[in-house]
Write a protein that binds this ligand. Sequence first.
Ligand SMILES: Cc1cc2nc3c(=O)[nH]c(=O)nc-3n(C[C@H](O)[C@H](O)[C@H](O)COP(=O)(O)OP(=O)(O)OC[C@H]3O[C@@H](n4cnc5c(N)ncnc54)[C@H](O)[C@@H]3O)c2cc1C
Length: 468
Amino acid sequence: MKHEYNRIDKLTLNELITIAGNNNVYRDKSDLQSYSTDESTMAIPMYPEVVVKPSDVKIVAQILALANRKNIPVTPRGAGTGLSGGCVPLYSGLVLSLEKMNHIKRIDLNNLIAIVEPGVSLNQLDEALNQHNLYYPIHIGDMSATIGGSIATNAGGLNAVKYGVTRNNILGLEAVLTSGKTIHTGGEYIKCTTGYDFTQLLTGSEGTLAVITEIMLKLLPRPVTREMMFIPYNNLQNAIDTVPELLQLKTVPTGIEFIDNDAIKIVEEYMETEVPYHEQPAFLMIIMEGDSYDNVISHFSEIGDICRKHGAVEVLIPDDERAKRKLIDIREKIQPAIKKAGKSDLVDAVVPRSEIARFVYKVKEISRKYGIPVITFGHAGDGNVHLHPICSGIDEIVWTKKMPAVMQEIYKASVALGGTISGEHGIGMEKKQYLSLAMDKEKIRLMKEIKMIFDPNNILNPGKIFDL
Ligand SMILES: Cc1cc2nc3c(=O)[nH]c(=O)nc-3n(C[C@H](O)[C@H](O)[C@H](O)COP(=O)(O)OP(=O)(O)OC[C@H]3O[C@@H](n4cnc5c(N)ncnc54)[C@H](O)[C@@H]3O)c2cc1C
């Protein structure tokens, strides 16, 4: 498969301007810079030639048809909060930013459905739903992410224990193919066994198959209250050993997170704050939602007993919004804190929940073997472990040389324990060299064939997930 693309010449640029309007076509270097990378720690910035910001599906269709005809690579982009280089325009060309398609088209109170454009952010949706006492339960660490991007990455986040991930909360999509044709998948119904499920195929396809232009989301009644507990432990194994018992509770927690002491230290520095019991090596953060404060707190007393039985040093329940916000911030700021602290890489592996402690100890072994510190935290309730090998106390050239072997060993360990290499951030450009550790040849061949059916000229987000 060829990887040579045409550049955007003057004629094509004028055609883009005719299609999208002069105000929606950007080509100055200063404008292009913010579309050259995402939030991943290792992505090397790559400037597009042009950024186009379409305002509706018809414009998307015309742009894709034009790019296909002219052999120009197109990289779809939401908010650029991705952590695997998914929206980095590896082959330059055109970045198709969906940011101006940011309208909530309909909130259907009778069917509990929202129809939204891809550029709507998770925050924006949450605010709108709040007015109707409704809820879309995907809560990720950066709520400025768009719905389109979260579908394309099958985002997971903090609430997955109770509500599942993005793919469990969508009913249908509108998407544009590289031919310029538009398809509609799923529908405003809950059940469907009518042929292959294209909604699920496009979810998590990382912008390689089609551009998502409209999303039909499943909504829920909004929980009245969302409370949390913060539980220090004197070792990680005890913290993780608590989780299976929590998952067997009749009222399952919304989220169960774990954080190691190195992550706490780095976030304390970043937030200029002191975390209670910060000297302890491991922490659980448990989130629970319910229909009244008293009801949730009554569950907390049972959960507290379970945690103490497993060796919790203390069980802390913040009693006002400020204290709650601080705890959530501690968890959500780990990622930016690590990024700010210096060079690091990011692993987003997932293992069976019972294997988290074994996996983390294996990673610590690898860390010692190579002399590379690794910070660990993540979603204990769903087995999704975030690991950051950091370049600290080690020469950068040495670190860079050692990292491929370190990453290889970490990914192999996750697969050996029955897991896989990405739980929620996607493969993007950063993990594609490790894909064969997690997927056999036959599955990779099928994925490539599917890609060729959707995008025979390989113009849509080329170089992501795999190379053709
Ligand atoms: C601090 C921080 C915390 C985070 N926490 C979490 C977390 O808890 N859970 C989690 O899952 N992720 C998390 N992320 C990662 C990120 O927020 C998600 O991957 C998110 O889904 C990306 O959305 P986006 O709009 O920024 O997409 P982008 O980064 O712009 O794009 C991501 C991918 O989607 C494709 N894409 C975007 N829009 C479309 C579209 N309309 N059609 C087709 N393809 C499209 C792009 O080509 C790219 O491959 C976090 C990121 C940060 C910075």
